[in-house]
Ligand binder design. Structure first.
Ligand code: PRP
Ligand code: ZN
Length: 297
């Protein structure tokens, strides 16, 4: 009899833009992997019962949907592109957007061409490596365009006379600029998402929930800051108004100065220089802003 493996099987991108931040997220969750040997496709984690599978990103949703992996980190664009929209309900569900790998799937046209809006794409040819998402977009927008599928180097298609427009991922916009293309419209905003199968065993579900708690803590910690400052007692109310998320700061008496207190708090939002300047104007001094490594409530 074959028994199911006990470890949580997680798929991450083998190489490419999501690989490093995905590995880093797991490291932040206290999960370490033996250094990746060339060609190794699976790694055992230490610090958590996990097996990591390094897979080409277009194959990650399939590994999860078919039950070969329990969960994975993949771009929303890949998940949507591989989704089977014919059957009712996808058995791969999104648990969390992860805040990295942000990009957009956009339609772009040659800078000098006369296409000014999506409706001008009627009867035009669009080259893309995301034909399913593009076809769905064209259908719901009532645009009758011809979709040509290319697996890579999509941006070169108009210059080669293969297509009038392209639909590809844009991050900084550098590739579009280099190829003299201008963005016409965004079809999908994408980022890395944590995905799992919706029919996990109770054991796997429990493990995944433990992992999720660590991921949430890590995401929250990475965007939060611990702020400490001294301030006259009379300034506390004003300071509370300036700082985001400052409803419940800790206010501590200072033994060496009866007029002042120490204010400590966690801010869930970025602290800008302008905020620090406002705090100083309100009477705060010795202001410290420090990164947080972990938060567990
Ligand atoms: C991606 C994407 C675009 C480019 C966009 O390609 O397909 O070509 O990045 O990034 P930019 O807006 O910052 O220039 P990638 O380099 O990952 O290679 P690929 O097309 O072979 O997957
Ligand atoms: Zn590309």
């Amino acid at each position: 009899m074959i028994t199911k493996p006990q470890n949580l099987r997680i798929a991450v991108q083998k190489s490419g833009r999501l690989n490093a931040p995905s590995m880093q997220l797991l490291e932040h969750c206290g999960i370490h992997f033996e250094s990746v040997r060339n060609g190794a496709l699976s790694l055992k984690g230490s610090g958590f019962p996990i097996d990591l599978f390094l897979i080409r990103d277009d194959n990650i949703p399939g590994f999860i949907r078919s039950g070969l992996c329990d969960a994975g980190i993949v771009g929303l664009d890949v998940l949507e592109e591989t989704a089977d929209t014919e059957s009712d309900g996808d058995n791969a569900v999104i648990l969390r957007p992860l805040g990295f790998g942000k990009c957009r799937l956009s339609i772009a046209v040659p800078t000098a061409c006369g296409i000014v809006g999506p409706q001008d794409l009627n009867a035009k040819t669009i080259a893309t490596s995301h034909p399913n998402i593009l076809r769905r977009y064209l259908k719901r927008s009532g645009i009758n365009a011809i979709v040509t599928e290319l697996s890579g180097s999509v941006e070169i298609a108009p210059a080669l006379g293969l297509a009038d427009a392209i639909c590809d991922l844009v991050s900084t916009g550098q590739t579009l600029m280099t190829n003299r293309l201008r963005e016409l419209t965004t079809v999908l905003s994408s980022e890395a998402v944590l995905v799992c199968r919706n029919d996990l065993s109770p054991d796997q579900e429990q493990l995944l929930n433990r992992l999720l708690q660590r991921i949430d803590s890590s995401i929250r910690a990475s965007r939060s800051r611990y702020i400490m400052m001294n301030a006259p007692k009379s300034s506390v109310d004003k300071i509370k108004e300036i700082l985001p998320g400052m409803e419940h700061p800790s206010i501590l008496n200072l033994s060496h100065d009866q007029e002042k207190v120490a204010i400590h708090t966690v801010a869930d939002e970025p602290i800008f220089w302008s905020t620090l300047e406002q705090l100083k104007l309100a009477g705060a001094s010795s202001i410290l802003v420090v990164p947080i490594e972990k938060i567990i409530d």
